[in-house]
Write a protein that binds this ligand. Sequence first.
Ligand SMILES: [Fe+2]
Ligand SMILES: [Fe+2]
Length: 274
Amino acid sequence: MASHEVEAHWTIEDLDFSRIALDRVRSDENLFYLVAAASFIESGSDLYTHNLVDFFRGDEEVTAWLSTQWEQEELQHGKALRAYVEYVWPEFPWEQAYRGFLEEYATYCKVELLAPTRGLEMSARCVVETGTATYYKAMARSTDEPVLHDLATRIATDEVNHYKHFYRFFRRYREQEGLGRFRVLGTIGRRTLELKSEDADCAIRHVVRARSPERADDTAYVRGLGATMNRTIRTHLSPGATLKMLMRPLELPARVQTVVQYPIQQFMQHVFLR
Ligand SMILES: [Fe+2]
Ligand SMILES: [Fe+2]
């Protein structure tokens, strides 16, 4: 545990919750949902770490990093976001709502389909980290509440760092497996489409169930919440940076990159535009 990188990592104590500008966030229902849903998904990280560690069994470098650094950091994201929710919206029964979420979420993780090869799974992981990095960067930009801005920025930095690790592992496996661009593109496309997947929907549903139980079965209301959250992310994301991260594993020559940039950009718009 006492590796260099882990020691250098921030802790929840670095966040000064007493500095939270309550008047800027407390009545923002959309922000509440963005933070609470993220706290659920991050807190459930250990469910799928297991699958991944199994998948990379024998590759010490990868499995050691996954369980000593990656999982710890994702869980810390969950803890910090939860602490923020509990500070600003103390009436929200986090624990109880999370238990409901976990029960359903666990059934997804069991059937979570990993990519057909280790190299392709690494490229898929790059997509997932691109998605989370984008989410938190957008969250940071969307608020002028200093503590949430600070927290979301720290988490976004971690997600970019996760991306870099997965990208490095990807390159090693790509070489080993002799992966072609089209296979990588297929995986990236599929995972990008899955980014706004059932995970988020499941989290939102369970937050609603605890927040406004009378509307839990109102699918139009729940869908509306999701759409507003997506709009916040879309308005505050930097498409250039996201696109660059998504395309990097393809390692396209500059000339080809210019050609495919537009269709990929359209595709991304489509993903974030629901
Ligand atoms: Fe995270
Ligand atoms: Fe991450």
